[in-house]
Ligand binder design. Structure first.
Ligand code: E4P
Length: 217
């Protein structure tokens, strides 16, 4: 399963990339605004160069196919590894159909049900992003939605890849991997927690202490 980093923070992206375990990145307007980036094109190009050749999702901010298509053309021209994020609304999927015919890679975002994911696949989406954490915030089973999408796509040999998104903790990542989701996109804090286990720290401390004792004896 691919691991992508879900942030607009360049330092986090550089650090995650330096660890050698990241395959791609996602952003959204909220994450970009949180970092105060005014130059959207510039920041996406910077992320694309850090993550290259991995895919980087940059989100559109219009809501009609008429506007989404030229907006997607513009975003797709920014870097060879950019993926255009499009919202899961009828006009969005209408745009995805055209864009997929042109060979432009899309990430259909704000997906909250298997039925929506089926429509995204029909439109030719490269990726679909079910938002697990936001479903759980409403007391709904977000991981079940991911599992159902993975199963439905497998039933029909659908090529659209499933990005487990809106991840809140490491359990979501391991569950996504067990279900066969293609990708998990995670906040930097969750990526850091994936490294953690108290027995690793205790074990390392013991090995180093014994090594020091040996050198001093
Ligand atoms: C995915 O592409 C989104 O940027 C992200 O996962 C949304 O997560 P949130 O629910 O934590 O905002």
């Amino acid at each position: 399963m691919q691991l992508w980093i879900d942030t607009g923070n360049l330092e986090e992206i550089r650090t995650a990339q330096s660890w050698g375990v990241i395959d791609g990145a996602t952003t959204n307007p909220t994450l970009i605004a949180k970092e105060g980036h005014k130059d959207f094109k510039g920041v996406i190009q910077e992320i694309c160069s850090i993550i290259h050749p991995g895919p980087v999702s940059a989100e559109t901010v219009t809501t009609t196919a008429e506007k989404l298509i030229p907006e997607a053309h513009e975003i797709a021209s920014w870097a060879p590894n950019v993926v255009v994020k499009i919202p899961l609304i009828p006009e969005g999927l209408k745009a995805v159909k055209v864009l997929s015919g042109e060979g432009i890679r899309t990430n259909v975002t704000l997906c909250f049900s298997p039925a929506q994911a089926l429509l995204a696949a029909k439109a030719g989406a490269t990726y679909v992003s079910p938002f697990v954490g936001r479903l759980e915030d409403r007391n709904e089973d977000g991981m079940r939605v991911v599992e159902d999408i993975v199963d439905i796509y497998a039933n029909y040999g659908i090529a659209t890849q499933v990005i487990t998104a809106s991840i809140r903790d490491t359990l979501h990542v391991t569950q996504a991997a067990l279900m066969g989701a293609h990708i998990a996109t995670l906040p930097f804090a969750v990526l850091k927690r994936m490294y953690d286990h108290p027995l690793t720290d205790i074990g390392l401390e013991g090995f180093l202490a014994d090594w020091r004792k040996l050198q001093e004896s």
